[in-house]
Ligand binder design. Sequence first.
Ligand code: MRU
Length: 356
Amino acid sequence: MSNYPYPIKIRAVWWNDSSKEVCWINTKKLPFDEEVICSNDPGRVAKAIIDMEIRGAPAIGVAAALAVASYAYRISGKLSREEFFREIENAVNVLWNTRPTAHNLFWALKRMRRVIHDSIENKLDMSEVSARLEEEAKKIMDEDIWSNIRLGEYGDQLVPDNATILTHCNAGALATAAFGTAEGVMRVAWYKGKKIKIIATETRPVLQGARLTVWELVKEGIPVTLITDNMVGYIMRKGLVDLVIVGADRITREGYVVNKIGTYMIALSAKRNNIPFYVAAPTSTIDLESTINNVIIEERNPDEVRKVIDKYITLPEVPALNYAFDVTDPDLVTAIITEKGIVKPPFDENLRKILS
Ligand code: MRU
């Protein structure tokens, strides 16, 4: 295991070496209950992703990769070789079809598929295949943590001492393998002694800001103030925000940022108020293949909007829209902070350069 230069206090998803299972903290129960679940069943992990026990683009990619490896161990030696590979491919497909927007999920599963195909070609036995899948999944997990640390160090260069940073949703340790993207930048700034303050939006309807970002920052000791989503414009106008840092579920080759619903309104308000709007994301979130027109914006159960934490707040029969993500235009983004450096506009040119 790597020696990280900063404390790693929270992990969202990890590998249990003795049971060969994927484990996760059930973010649905936070901040009140720190429930840990472990499984070697890809169907169970898929359900955890769909139900948002595991959420956040990098975390779902890491969890899916670990789930494939743990399932390989579970069925290794119990089936014929053909059945073994068929089962593993099925597991990849089940995990692939959980949430459509986050690029990291498909990026991670493509890496796992490459290992499966190489193993078939090289006629590896089932225990060797399982070990290779474990190795690749752990690499994906560790690379995610290092990417967050590195992008945190780049992002720190953009954070003045005493800055107040507004963030949306949770792009923290709980949305990644550990450390976080937007929160990764905050962590590095904090560990370097900068007296930053964070403003967290509550992030309706699932309340990732109120439940997760607040919990995570309080645990870290970083001062955080909670606001409702609809306060953003007013507090920006009042001069209470120095910069915005959010994460991303997918960044297209043109530089469109797909992130938690509400991000676009924050970016618009930031532009109007001359506040820098930064996106912190590992390069595994950048999708050079799609244009914004190909990206599927997930629509979730409208009951999430009709309810607040399982309790109806409106008439149960009222129609409700529940888009989980929105799209922020490239011209509203000041810079994209990655583990390979800070990408400035024009994004259509510079994203390609950083990935080459
Ligand atoms: O629906 P969620 O909670 O999975 O949405 C998460 C976000 O929108 C995050 O900002 C994004 O995944 C980046 S996480 C580092």
